[in-house]
Ligand binder design. Structure first.
Ligand SMILES: [Zn+2]
Length: 145
């Protein structure tokens, strides 16, 4: 039995409040464990704070640069990467080069295309490589991986 500390009436052991006055009853002291059971706490998984909320994809930038580049349109990867000025330089520069290349090919009766084609592919590779370097210098846009 538990004695209410407010009104001294007796209550059952499992009562949390006095039956008579409603005062909260002191909990009955249970057996005291000298050594509380120890258990292994699983370490909480550490979540990396998301610094970059709208991280762009490096792969998407590469695809946007190389795929249209094969059709004569360079610079879209750059524009996607947020570097519009470089993208426009690549776009316009490459279009000018294609016009020059076509003229060279026509003037040389197609023979010049042997030179024009590797230079065109080289320009796409150059643009893609420098864009890749650009994305690595801007982890705030593309993350560190
Ligand atoms: Zn009471």
């Amino acid at each position: 039995m538990v004695t209410c500390q407010s009104c001294n009436s007796l209550n059952t052991d499992d009562a949390k409040f006095c039956n008579k006055c409603g005062a909260p009853l002191a909990p009955v002291a249970g057996p005291v464990y000298q050594n509380p059971p120890s258990y292994q706490v699983n370490p909480q998984p550490v979540y990396q704070p998301m610094v970059v909320m709208n991280s762009k994809s490096r792969g998407t930038a590469m695809i946007l640069e190389i795929l249209p580049g094969l059709f004569g349109l360079l610079g879209f990867g750059w524009i996607y990467a947020g570097n519009t000025s470089s993208g426009l330089i690549w776009l316009i520069g490459y279009l000018v080069w294609i016009v020059i290349g076509v003229i060279i090919s026509v003037v040389t009766g197609g023979f010049g295309a042997i030179c024009v084609l590797p230079i065109s592919i080289g320009a796409i590779v150059m643009s893609a490589v420098s864009l890749n370097n650009y994305t690595k210098k801007h982890p705030e846009l593309f993350g560190n991986s």
